[in-house]
Design a protein around this ligand. Structure first.
Ligand SMILES: Cc1cc2nc3c(=O)[nH]c(=O)nc-3n(C[C@H](O)[C@H](O)[C@H](O)COP(=O)(O)O)c2cc1C
Ligand SMILES: Nc1ncnc2c1ncn2[C@@H]1O[C@H](COP(=O)(O)OP(=O)(O)O)[C@@H](O)[C@H]1O
Length: 312
């Protein structure tokens, strides 16, 4: 997949771009609903003998439109979004920078630059996709803007338990610790990456070394607690257990959260390495124990439960 970043007014020469069938949306999470939109574009591209493309935006429109929002935490940070799009066999990804200028474009200018201008011959969007200043353009009034240059398909909402699958719904599930339900709606496990940094060097003394992760500010964390996870490191997948919390057994009044993972059946140094964590199951809350021994006994139990979970 080729990734091309665009900022309005972009400077690409139109003629060098292939004709594409393109899915458009913010697509945070690339959840099952998004996957239908993207899959439709990929299938239609194959039918037409064209390349498939996705247009997405960065950062989240809220960062620009809502004062005081510095960071949005994404269900799929850009690295994971790109991996999922690659798996869906998307040929090119256009990432349009969402800034003040972009938010003020008329729907027609947006279409002229980013749909007709990118040589898109067929556009696929979800039923609630909107574009242009104040979202004045949408899939219902699209005919007003196509200039007869492209056709389009609108994908209806995808439901689960009679309710629309949406990024907002998935965020709420993750924040309540319901990762299995969130993963079901996503159609893949929640996943993000981080770099291994030094912690308090206490884990090894407890018998459970934990790789502490420095995360990208943009990764949405699930609810604090203990989780069954998979760790992807250098293309290998390991099982393990992770803790998101403040280590209350050893520290009082800490506010910042650490994310740390003990990898099963592994014993090498990982400092400075990049790990990807897949979140599979919420196990329990983090507890303040009276002694390190009591914590160790609990972690031994966690290990047993989590190994059981993975073997089932
Ligand atoms: C599976 C697991 C469960 C944990 N549960 C708790 C807990 O309930 N309470 C707590 O204070 N710390 C808990 N921790 C965090 C440990 O306190 C932490 O890993 C340890 O202090 C090592 O920290 P370090 O990596 O900074 O050396 C847990 C860690 C793991 C891997
Ligand atoms: N099975 C393992 N899981 C996690 N980290 C491991 C493992 N085996 C070795 N390590 C290494 O040990 C480090 C964690 O040990 P720990 O005593 O908890 O130190 P720190 O407090 O710096 O995280 C990891 O960063 C990694 O380099």
């Amino acid at each position: 997949m080729r990734t091309i970043e665009l900022t309005y007014p972009h400077t690409l020469g139109f003629e060098e771009l292939p004709e594409t069938v393109c899915a458009i949306g913010f697509f945070d999470g690339i959840h099952s609903g998004h996957q239908q939109v993207i899959q439709t574009a990929v299938d239609e591209a194959k039918n037409k003998g064209m390349e498939s493309a996705v247009i997405t935006f960065h950062p989240h429109p809220l960062v620009v439109l809502k004062k005081g929002t510095e960071h949005v935490q994404y269900i799929t940070p850009m690295k994971e979004k790109q991996e999922l799009l690659q798996q869906l066999q998307v040929d090119r990804l256009y990432i349009i920078k969402f800034n003040q200028e972009l938010s003020k474009l008329s729907p027609q200018t947006f279409i002229d630059h980013f749909i007709i201008g990118l040589n898109i011959k067929h556009l696929v969007g979800g039923f609630d996709y909107s574009f242009g200043h104040k979202g004045q353009g949408n899939m219902e009034n699209m005919d007003e803007f196509t200039r007869g240059q492209f056709s389009y398909t609108t994908i209806d909402k995808v439901l689960s338990n009679d309710e629309k699958i949406s990024s907002t719904r998935i965020r709420k599930l993750l924040q309540s610790g319901l990762v299995e339900e969130a993963n079901r709606l996503l159609g893949h496990p929640l996943k993000f990456s981080g770099t291994v940094i030094k912690g308090a060097q206490r884990g090894r003394e407890l018998g459970y070394p934990t790789a502490n992760l420095e995360l990208h500010k943009e990764a949405l964390l699930p609810k604090p607690g203990i989780y069954a996870v998979c760790v992807i490191y250098k293309n290998e997948v390991y099982e393990g257990m992770a803790s998101i919390g403040t280590n209350p057994t050893f520290t009082a009044d800490r506010k910042d959260l650490s994310v740390e993972v003990n990898i099963f059946d592994y014993s090498n140094d990982l400092y400075g390495e990049e790990l990807q964590i897949e979140w599979h199951r919420y196990i329990r809350e983090e507890v303040k124990f009276d002694s390190a021994e009591a914590l160790i006994a609990q972690i031994e139990l966690d290990e047993k439960n989590i190994r059981n979970y993975f073997s089932e």
